[in-house]
Design a protein around this ligand. Structure first.
Ligand SMILES: C[S@@+](CC[C@H](N)C(=O)[O-])C[C@H]1O[C@@H](n2cnc3c(N)ncnc32)[C@H](O)[C@@H]1O
Length: 365
């Protein structure tokens, strides 16, 4: 079967095994194991000499992991249930994430002690694009799994990311519940700020996200000294993130496309990105890439458009990863459907922005 060596699934068998998902559903893959020896090479292996420890919940493709590992963190546990995201994650970090975090068995493998809990928990329940149901929607209740883990393990820091609308959702009640839970119930002191990738990460993507950093006041005496990073000047343009050569034909609009004439009329400048808005093409005036979203993966309508020397085309998944701060010369983008890759990029954090915030956290610790 798929299991080897007393329940140890090797990363190789994982990525080559189509039936893995079924097994996850059955809950049979649940061994806390470092898979690194099973790989010949992974670009971002766990580090031996570390300064702090963390866990990576709702890990996606490892935006938090990459950032914290870069500044000397060792990841002790990962959870992500999407099988395609697991492929990308394991190819890069050499570890297969545990599945559903609401599952008690998966939770039981979280090590008792670690310093930072990272979670870019799912935003659908809070985002305008989602159902606006907040905690009434089960996806919203995933915050309560975070609460439970914090209560049991008492990390020094809780580091959360979500959509900007979290603040205004349900007239501010959702956000209030989160902050009150962290502060009044769990005894943490919270700092929250909306940061735009374009202003804080020197990456030309218009992406506003809320970051919440909470310190256990009993363990972190210095917590009052925490500050979010300062803005930095944007010196890079979208061209620094675009491939120069001709891309695969599938990304270009063909002349026989029903909307080709409309596209040709609307998409004029090579310095601007555009986006379909139902039946028209919207120019993104600020010379920034519009927010990359998870629904780029469904139908491709929201994938930003550009004009290059060869025609009018969608951004490639690789360009989307680059616009989320991933070092694409090193980071492995697996050979899976483009729709899945777009979703992964849209779902992710801008990893270089997370790294700047994490640096500020480490200063306080
Ligand atoms: C907003 S994305 C976070 C992406 C991540 N921060 C990154 O850098 O790629 C939320 C992720 O949570 C995962 N997820 C949702 N519910 C989950 C659950 N119950 N258990 C484990 N993962 C879950 C989704 O598959 C998705 O990849």
């Amino acid at each position: 079967m798929f299991q080897e060596k007393n329940d140890v699934i090797t990363a190789k068998s994982f990525v080559s095994n189509k039936h893995f998902e079924t097994n996850i559903t059955n809950g049979s893959i649940v061994k806390p194991i470092n898979f690194i020896n099973e790989f010949e090479i992974v670009p971002f292996p766990p580090i031996d000499n570390y300064n702090f420890t963390f866990i990576d919940l709702f890990a996606g493709i490892g935006g938090f992991r990459l950032a914290l590992q870069n500044i000397g963190g060792k990841c002790l546990y990962t959870s992500e249930w999407n099988s395609d995201a697991k492929i990308t994650y394991s190819l890069n970090f050499g570890e297969v994430p545990f599945g559903d975090i609401t599952n008690d068995l998966n939770k039981s493998y979280i090590p008792q002690s670690f310093e930072i809990l990272c979670a870019g928990f799912p935003c659908q329940a809070f985002s305008i694009a989602g159902y606006r149901k907040g905690f009434a929607d089960t996806r919203g209740t995933l915050f309560f799994d975070i609460e439970q883990i914090v209560e049991r393990h008492r990390p020094k820091v809780v580091f959360l990311e979500n959509v900007k609308n979290l603040v205004s959702h349900d007239k501010g009640n959702t956000f209030k519940t989160i902050i009150e839970t962290l502060e009044d119930k769990l005894g943490y002191k919270t700092f929250a700020k909306v940061l735009n990738t374009a202003d804080y990460a020197n990456v030309p993507q218009n992406r506003e996200r809320i970051f919440i950093v909470a310190f256990d006041t009993a363990q972190v005496q210095n917590f009052k000294k925490f500050q979010f990073p300062q803005p930095i000047r944007l010196t890079k343009s979208i061209h620094d993130f675009l491939e120069k050569e001709k891309q695969d034909d599938i990304f270009y609009y063909k002349e026989n496309h029903p909307y080709y004439t409309k596209l040709e009329k609307s998409i004029i400048s090579k310095d601007t990105m555009y986006q379909w808005r139902r039946t028209y093409v919207r120019e993104n005036k600020s010379n920034l890439c519009p927010t990359l979203t998870a629904n780029m993966g469904s139908g491709g309508h929201n994938v930003p458009l550009i004009k290059d020397n060869f025609g009018i085309r969608k951004l490639t998944p690789k360009e989307c990863f680059a616009l989320q701060g991933y070092p694409i010369d090193k980071y492995i983008i697996p050979n899976i459907a483009n729709s899945k890759l777009y979703m992964q990029a849209g779902n992710s954090v801008t990893t270089t922005l997370v790294e700047r915030i994490a640096n500020q956290i480490i200063k306080v610790l």
